[in-house]
Design a protein around this ligand. Structure first.
Ligand code: SF4
Ligand code: SF4
Length: 194
């Protein structure tokens, strides 16, 4: 009986020896990622962010910290706040994407990178400067406008804040008249000065 079980085991081995392997030799080889893949990073467009903190409120783990101050360039009601702190404790994130779903202005996206290994837990916290400097290749997760355009975050070019929203720029200009677009050469005049 013992020999029979061994023979059966060897038969399974022989059968699978002839099959094409499913595995690849990472990191030399990589499988193609789906554009909706939720990676270990976030893509944020400061120009679109109002500081509403909806992303922080909807995070079920409470790992997003946002501190804002009134923007001196856009003091009118309905305009954006200035982001002082925007921290995400990546080491506790479960990549559910609820923060992205909650963002009403299409400024927070899941990223598609996943090689973010760190030696220290403190290094796993993403700060506002990291978000500012992150590569602008957003995942198409919960962003049908990107998916419909066929955008591939792993192969496509970086997208600007003007290209990632569901609404057209005219809407943004009308609703956010007076805001100063940080890090760009665009300065939208207020309605009074138009
Ligand atoms: S992906 Fe989920 S757990 Fe991670 S920060 Fe967003 S809401 Fe929180
Ligand atoms: S990322 Fe979106 S939800 Fe979060 S503060 Fe900015 S506008 Fe609000």
């Amino acid at each position: 009986m013992y020999g029979l079980a061994m023979a059966r085991g060897l038969l399974v081995t022989l059968k699978n020896m002839t099959k094409k392997p499913f595995t690849i030799q990472y990191p030399e080889e990589r499988v193609k990622q789906h554009p909706r893949f939720r990676g270990e990073e976030f893509v944020w467009y400061e120009e679109r962010c109002t500081g509403c903190a909806s992303c922080a409120k909807y995070c079920p783990l409470g790992i997003i910290k946002i501190v804002t101050s009134p923007s001196e360039s856009a003091p009118r009601q309905g305009d954006k706040y200035k982001l002082e702190v925007f921290d995400i404790e990546l080491q506790r994130c479960m990549f559910c994407g609820l923060c992205v779903e909650a963002c009403p202005y299409d400024c927070l996206f899941m990223g598609s990178g996943f090689e973010q290994g760190r030696y220290s837990r403190d290094d796993m916290v993403i700060h506002v400067e990291d978000l500012r400097n992150s590569a602008k290749n957003p995942s198409t997760f919960y962003r049908p406008q990107l998916e419909q355009s066929g955008y591939d975050p792993r192969g496509g070019r970086p997208l600007t804040w003007r290209e990632v929203g569901r609404e057209n720029w005219d809407w943004h200009k009308r609703e956010k008249a007076g805001l100063r677009l940080i890090g760009t050469d665009v300065n939208i005049p207020s309605e009074e000065s138009e």
